[in-house]
Design a protein around this ligand. Structure first.
Ligand code: 2B7
Length: 676
C-alpha cells in the first residue's frame, strides 16, 4: 500500500489547529472568538456524533435513510453536471449500502488549506461549518442542502471510499468518521472512472436493530432516475433482504427519458381524470440559468399531492418553485376564463381551488439553491418562483387554448371547488354562531343535549324546587328545564324598560334564542315545544296566564305556529297497597275513587301541594313523559287578531275595572286550551 501523503491515519488524523478554536478540547467557540473568519472554518466530526439530531434530524429510520440521500445526491450532482451517466446502488446482506458513480471521482490531490491531507480526506472527515468550500471544484448543486458526506462518515461504524481517477484506483477506509487507513493506491483501473462509497450505519447511533428498508431505498433510487432522464440507475439488493412477496426486485435498471410524465403516470395509475390529458412539459435553460420540468393531472376523485424537487432533492415543505407553479396555474386558468367570457364565474377562484386533488410533480435545476427550515425541506431561492411561473404559464396557456373542451372541464371543476369551499365556510360560520349562542344561555337553564330544535322541549317551571324535580324527571336528550322564581312580571301592564331589565324574562328569551317583538325569528327558536308547567293551583294558573301574556305580546308567531303548551300535572295521588293512580282534578278523583281500584283496603288520597314535592318518578309518569302525559296547546281562537288583543288587554292590562268587566260579560274565551 502506498501512503500518498504520509499525514493521514488514525494517529495523525486530527485536524490542524485553527486560530480561535482548540479542537483538542472540542469545545464550542467563545463569543469573542466568533468572527466572520470562523464561519469558513472546518471542524472535526465529534459534534456530529454528540448531537446527530442537529445534522440528520434525529436517529430514527428517517435519519438513517437520510444518509443514503446524502451519498446518492453527490453522485446525482456528477450526473446532472454531465460527468456521470450511471449510478449503482447496492443493499448488502450485512447492512452495508454502497453507491457507485462513473463521474470524475472525488479529488485526491492535496487540499489547498491542509496540504498534508488529500481533498478526499478533508471531504470525508471535516464538518463543513456553515460557509462554502471556497474552491469551485467542490461546489455541489445541492448547495447548503447537503449536510455533507462527512456526516455520513461520522455516523457510520464503517465506511470506505474508492476513487477511480486517471486510470488509478485510490482507497481509504474510516471508522466512526476517523481514517483507519491512509489514502492509498489500490491498483490500476484503465476502464473505470468515478467514486464508490460503501458504508454501514453505526448501531451506536441508530440502534442495534436499525436497518435500511429495501422498499424505501428502492423508491428513493428509482425516483432519481425519473427526476433526471440523463442517468441510469442500477439497483441491486441481497435476496435475503427482500421477502418473497415484496415488490422490491433483487436487480433492476432505471432509465426514464420520459421523465416526470412517466413518474406521474405510475403514481396515479388508472385514476379518473378531470381533463383527460396530463399537462406536462419541460423547459431547459429557462431564464438565465436553470431548467424546469413538470407533470400535472387533475384527479376526479381522491386526494391530490404536489411533490417538488430541486436538483433532484425532494423539497417536502415546498417553497418558491411550488408557489411559482400555483401562481401559473391560477393565473392561466383565470385568463383563460376571461378569454372565453367566463371571468365572472372564475373571479372567486384561489390557488387551492385550482390545485385541489391535483397530482403534481415539479422539478427544477438551478445553481446554488438555498434551502430553509428545520429539515431544509423548503426552497428559498426567490428566482425559482419567476423561473417556474414563466415556464409553466406559457405552456399552460397553449395547453388550454389547444384543447378547449378539456379547458372547460377543468374550469368548471375548479369553480365547483370554489363554490364548495365558500359553502363550507358559511356552514362553519353558522356553526360558530350557534356555539356562541349556546355560550350565552342563562345559567339556570338545564339544556337538553340535542342541539336541533326538532323534537326538543323546554319546560318552564315555577320555582327552584319544582325545577329540581323536573330536572330529575326529564329526558336529558330532548327536554330542557328553565326554573323561574316567583311571579313573573306582567308584561301587559309593565313599562318597556322594566321589561328589558327583568331577569326572568330575559333568561326566558335567551333560552328561546329567537328574539322578541319585531326581531322575533321562528327559524332561530331553539325548541319545538315550549311547555309551561306550573302547580295545579290558583297561583300556578296565574303564573301560566302571565307567561301566556308574555308570549302573546312578545312572540305571537310562536303561539300562531303552535309551539306553546301547558303541562297538566295531577292534583291528587290515590294509593291502595302497591297501586297508585293520579287525578287531574276533583271530578277525576271522584271517578277514580269509585271505579279506579278493584282490591279491598283503604285508599289513601294525597293532594300535591306543589310540583316540587312530587317524587321525580311521579312527575315523569304523569306530566313529562311524552308517552303518558297530557298537554294543552295554547291556540288563538279569534281569527280577528284585534279582538284577541282587546281581550288580552282587558284581562291582563293595567286597568282592574276592565278586567272585572270582561269577566262580568263572560265574553267568549280569547285564548283556548286545546287538549292534545
Ligand atoms: C462537495 C464534494 C462532496 N466531488 C468532486 C468531484 C467529483 C465528485 C465529488 C462525487 C457518492 C458515492 C459514490 C469535481 C464534492 C466532491 O469534487 S463527490 N464525485 N461522487 C460521490 O460522492 N458519489 C469533482 C470537479 C473535478 N473533479 C472531481
Amino acid at each position: 500500500m502506498n501512503d500518498l501523503f504520509g499525514a493521514a491515519g488514525p494517529q495523525r488524523g486530527k485536524p490542524a489547529p485553527v486560530k480561535g478554536k482548540s479542537p483538542a478540547r472540542g469545545g464550542t467557540l467563545g463569543e469573542a472568538d466568533y468572527n466572520a473568519a470562523s464561519i469558513e472554518v472546518l471542524e472535526g466530526l465529534e459534534p456530529v456524533r454528540r448531537r446527530p439530531g442537529m445534522y440528520v434530524g434525529g436517529t430514527d429510520s428517517n435519519a438513517l435513510h437520510h444518509l443514503f440521500a446524502e451519498v446518492i445526491d453527490n453522485s446525482m450532482d456528477e450526473a446532472v453536471a454531465g460527468h456521470a451517466t450511471f449510478i449503482e446502488v447496492s443493499l448488502e446482506e450485512g447492512g452495508y449500502l454502497s453507491v457507485v458513480d462513473n463521474g470524475r471521482g472525488m479529488p485526491i490531490d492535496p487540499h489547498p488549506k491542509f496540504p498534508k491531507k488529500s481533498a478526499l480526506e478533508v471531504i470525508m472527515t471535516m464538518l463543513h461549518a456553515g460557509g462554502k468550500f471556497d474552491s469551485g471544484a467542490y461546489e455541489t448543486s445541492g448547495g447548503l442542502h447537503g449536510v455533507g458526506v462527512s456526516v455520513v462518515n461520522a455516523l457510520s461504524e464503517k465506511l470506505e471510499v474508492e476513487v477511480a481517477r486517471g486510470q488509478i484506483l485510490y482507497r481509504q477506509t474510516f471508522e466512526r468518521g476517523k481514517p483507519t487507513t491512509p489514502l492509498t493506491i489500490a491498483g490500476k483501473t484503465p476502464n473505470r472512472r468515478g467514486t464508490k462509497v460503501r458504508f454501514l450505519p453505526d448501531p451506536q447511533i441508530f440502534g442495534a436493530q436499525a436497518r435500511f428498508d429495501p422498499a424505501r431505498v428502492f423508491k428513493m433510487a428509482r425516483s432519481k432516475a425519473y427526476l433526471f432522464g440523463g442517468v441510469e440507475i442500477r439497483w441491486r439488493c441481497a435476496p435475503s433482504l427482500v421477502g418473497e412477496s415484496a415488490k422490491v426486485p433483487t436487480e433492476a435498471t432505471f432509465h426514464f427519458p420520459g421523465g416526470l410524465r412517466d413518474y406521474l403516470a405510475g403514481d396515479i395509475e388508472d385514476q379518473e381524470l378531470v381533463a383527460d390529458q396530463v399537462f406536462a412539459g419541460r423547459v431547459d435553460k429557462a431564464g438565465k440559468h436553470g431548467s424546469v420540468e413538470w407533470a400535472i393531472a387533475w384527479l376526479a376523485g381522491g386526494d391530490g399531492f404536489v411533490h417538488s424537487y430541486c436538483n433532484t432533492i425532494p423539497t417536502a415543505d415546498g417553497g418558491t418553485h411550488e408557489s411559482g407553479l400555483r401562481t401559473a396555474l391560477l393565473r392561466g386558468l383565470k385568463d383563460h376564463a376571461d378569454r372565453i367570457g367566463q371571468s365572472k364565474r372564475a373571479a372567486a377562484l384561489t390557488t387551492d381551488d385550482v390545485m385541489a386533488s391535483c397530482a403534481a410533480l415539479i422539478s427544477i435545476f438551478i445553481r446554488e439553491p438555498e434551502f430553509q427550515g428545520q429539515n431544509k425541506g423548503r426552497l428559498q431561492t426567490a428566482d425559482a418562483a419567476r423561473l417556474v411561473e414563466g415556464a409553466v404559464r406559457d405552456a399552460f396557456d397553449h395547453w388550454l387554448a389547444a384543447a378547449p373542451s378539456q379547458a372547460a372541464k377543468l374550469l368548471d371543476w375548479s369553480i365547483e371547488r370554489a363554490e364548495e369551499r365558500i359553502r363550507r365556510r358559511m356552514e362553519k360560520e353558522v356553526a360558530r354562531k350557534t356555539a356562541v349562542r349556546k355560550l350565552r344561555l342563562p345559567g339556570k337553564l338545564a339544556d337538553c343535549t340535542n342541539s336541533s330544535a326538532q323534537g326538543s322541549e323546554l319546560f318552564i317551571v315555577e320555582g327552584d324546587s319544582a325545577g329540581g324535580s323536573a330536572k330529575q324527571a326529564r329526558d336529558r336528550a330532548s327536554q330542557a328545564v328553565l326554573p323561574l322564581r316567583g311571579k313573573i312580571l306582567n308584561v301587559a301592564s309593565a313599562a318597556r324598560d322594566k321589561l328589558a331589565q327583568n331577569q326572568q324574562l330575559s333568561d326566558l328569551m335567551q333560552a328561546l334564542g329567537a328574539g322578541a317583538g319585531a326581531h322575533y325569528r321562528s327559524s332561530d327558536l331553539r325548541y319545538d315545544k315550549i311547555i309551561i308547567m306550573t302547580d295545579a293551583d290558583v297561583d300556578g294558573a296565574h303564573i301560566a296566564s302571565l307567561l301566556i301574556t308574555f308570549f302573546y305580546r312578545q312572540t305571537l308567531k310562536l303561539i300562531e305556529e303552535g309551539h306553546l303548551y301547558l303541562a297538566v300535572p295531577p292534583l291528587y295521588r290515590l294509593t291502595q297497597g302497591a297501586r297508585s293512580l293520579y287525578a287531574r282534578d276533583e271530578a277525576d278523583k271522584e271517578r277514580l275513587l269509585k271505579s279506579g281500584f278493584t282490591g279491598r283496603g283503604a285508599i289513601e288520597v294525597s293532594r300535591f301541594k306543589g310540583l316540587g314535592e312530587m317524587p321525580a318518578r311521579d312527575l315523569r309518569d304523569t306530566t313529562m313523559d311524552p308517552a303518558k302525559r297530557t298537554l294543552l296547546r295554547v291556540a288563538l281562537v279569534a281569527q280577528d287578531s284585534d279582538a284577541t288583543a282587546e281581550a288580552v288587554e282587558r284581562l291582563m292590562g293595567s286597568k282592574p275595572e276592565a278586567r272585572f268587566a270582561f269577566i262580568q260579560e263572560r265574553a267568549p274565551k280569547s285564548l283556548e286550551l286545546v287538549d292534545v
